[in-house]
Design a protein around this ligand. Structure first.
Ligand SMILES: [Zn+2]
Ligand SMILES: [Zn+2]
Length: 342
């Protein structure tokens, strides 16, 4: 048996004893030692993202191999791994072009996808061998950042960042902060963070932003060009139509705007096609991660390129997952961690 945090209805988490899963021939049973709480988990909990209850969320995890399937030779009990929750079909056109995040038949271990299977807010989870990366002696909390960092790397890939370019990040929540750190290690020249909460601006400056502006104080589209001139890349990490418009307005000729925050499905924005034509400005999106960006994320974490300590603000056992959700709804803190086997 094992303990799992099951969403049985909106705003209802049940900590149940359930059957410990048995790995299929090509799978591993992982003892989950750390799992970050993501805004997606919160949306599943509040019902703003439609999922079929009951389900076990949690998709940012790392742990230790506790059992291996009959056909597994490459891993042994005791191996330490980070888990990539996205299981692509590997057969569709998107998968075959290396864009597994755009798979037509994507399955996620506890995350948002066409097919969802039980996630990592549990003492154990089963995972196909293609979905883990070895982490050496990296601590589990740091290793659990591989999933969100893999998404951030996928985003930065979309805008073809060149060394020395000027980048604006709109939104200093957890993802905005992780973007700032990753941009810094990816060679951005000047980084500006736009964020209304003073404490988050402070974290951003500590994490590597060169400037932090308050959009509630003055219009960022007026202030930021005065500070840094033309903006090459503007990344929207909030998910509001207004801030997407703002990001695009900030970019200069040749500029790229990245839609990284999750916008409402029915939202629209107005933009000038003449600007796209005459100034070769682009607006691109970024969704989830690929096996490639997940692997690169583990490498960055392994080499200490990301400072996890400044981003983790709260840590819980499995039984307190609901408290983590409540704090997130109140916009308190940054990353919440859950340790199912603590
Ligand atoms: Zn996530
Ligand atoms: Zn596919």
């Amino acid at each position: 048996m094992m303990k799992a945090a099951t969403l049985t209805d909106d705003h209802t988490v049940k900590i149940d004893d359930t059957e410990r899963p048995v790995p299929a021939p090509h799978e591993l049973l992982i003892e989950i030692n750390a799992c970050g709480v993501c805004t997606t988990d919160l949306h599943m909990y509040t019902g703003s993202l439609t999922v079929d209850y009951p389900m076990v969320p949690g998709h940012e995890s790392a742990g230790e191999v506790a059992a291996v399937g009959d056909d597994v030779d490459a891993f042994q009990v005791g191996d330490r791994v980070a888990i990539n929750p996205s299981i692509p079909c590997n057969e569709c056109r998107a998968c075959k072009s290396g864009r597994e995040n755009l798979c037509h038949d994507l399955t996620s271990i506890g995350g948002a996808a066409k097919n969802i299977i039980d996630g990592a807010f549990a003492e154990y989870a089963t995972v196909p061998i293609g979905n883990v990366e070895r982490i050496g002696d990296l601590d589990y909390r740091t290793a659990s950042f591989a999933e969100p960092l893999g998404c951030v790397i996928n985003g930065i890939d979309q805008v073809d960042l060149t060394s020395g370019e000027t980048v604006v990040v709109i939104g200093g929540g957890f993802i905005g902060q992780l973007l700032v750190q990753t941009l810094r290690t990816s060679g951005a020249g000047t980084i500006v963070l736009s964020e209304p909460v003073a404490a988050r601006r402070k974290v951003g400056l500590k994490a590597g932003a060169d400037h932090a502006v308050d959009p509630g104080d003055k219009d960022p589209t007026a202030v930021i060009p005065d500070l840094v001139g033309d903006v090459d890349v503007a990344i929207e990490a909030v998910g509001f139509p207004e801030t997407i418009t703002q990001a695009h307005a900030l970019t200069g000729p040749g500029g790229r705007t990245l839609v990284f925050g999750v916008p409402p499905e029915d939202a629209t924005v107005e933009l000038s096609p003449f600007d796209l034509f005459f100034e070769e400005r682009e607006v691109v999106g970024s969704y989830s991660l690929t096996p490639n960006t997940f692997s690169r994320a583990v490498t960055l974490l392994d080499n200490g390129r990301i400072d996890v300590d400044t981003l983790v603000t709260d840590e819980f056992g499995l039984e307190d997952l609901e408290t983590a959700f409540d704090q997130m709804e109140a916009q308190k803190g940054l990353k919440k961690m859950v340790y199912p086997n603590r």
